[in-house]
Design a protein around this ligand. Structure first.
Ligand SMILES: Cc1cc2nc3c(=O)[nH]c(=O)nc-3n(C[C@H](O)[C@H](O)[C@H](O)COP(=O)(O)O)c2cc1C
Length: 168
């Protein structure tokens, strides 16, 4: 698949079939995340693969579109990543986003559905999943075989003049 096809095929899937994902595919998705660039190569994140047993523990996770697998991306408080000296900007969440994006595009290549999920309570997840304190849940992605197509939102994008400007 070329990148244009990948970008066109990815959409937020909000209903999944009841089919489990093969361990070898999950492994490849994690490798895609692992190969992402990060500022100063800090790799300031950690990923948890949540299967049905873990998801059953968390009330809110059960309603995450019935995904058979959720990958939870955490920031690592023992590795804050690179900070820009001039304005103090931290790049850890940006780095995690890049890694997640690679993972999601790899999932798209495997013809899997995916949906980023940020609307959860990090403290609740941390507690119920008994995560170490240093791993702070930040962004998750629900994954599985899609049983629903894109929502109308998928086709709504800003016009180029609202997004781009070429400075000569
Ligand atoms: C950082 C981030 C967080 C998101 N959180 C959620 C979420 O909590 N629940 C959800 O249903 N979709 C979530 N989405 C999906 C967006 O709503 C979706 O990407 C956007 O509406 C565009 O639609 P598309 O992905 O189908 O192109 C999130 C997307 C991103 C990038």
């Amino acid at each position: 698949m070329n990148t244009n096809d990948l970008f066109a095929d990815r959409y937020s899937c909000r209903k999944f079939a009841d089919t489990p994902l093969e361990a070898s595919i999950i492994e490849e998705l994690l490798q895609a995340a692992r190969s992402a660039p990060s500022a100063c190569n800090a790799q300031p994140y950690f990923f948890y693969v949540l299967g049905p047993e873990a998801m059953n523990k968390v009330e809110s996770l059960r309603s995450w579109y019935q995904a058979p697998v959720v990958i939870l991306g955490c920031l690592d408080t023992e590795n804050y990543g690179w900070q820009r000296a001039s304005d103090g900007a931290l790049f850890s969440s940006f780095d995690l986003g890049l890694a997640m994006s690679q993972l999601v595009l790899k999932a798209t290549e495997f013809n899997l559905g995916s949906c980023y999920i940020a609307s959860f309570d990090p403290d609740e997840l941390s507690k119920v999943l008994d995560l170490p304190e240093k791993h702070v849940p930040y962004i998750a992605v629900a994954l599985g075989h899609a049983s629903m197509g894109p929502s109308d939102n998928h086709y709504l994008r800003q016009s180029p003049d609202k997004l781009f400007k070429i400075l000569p």
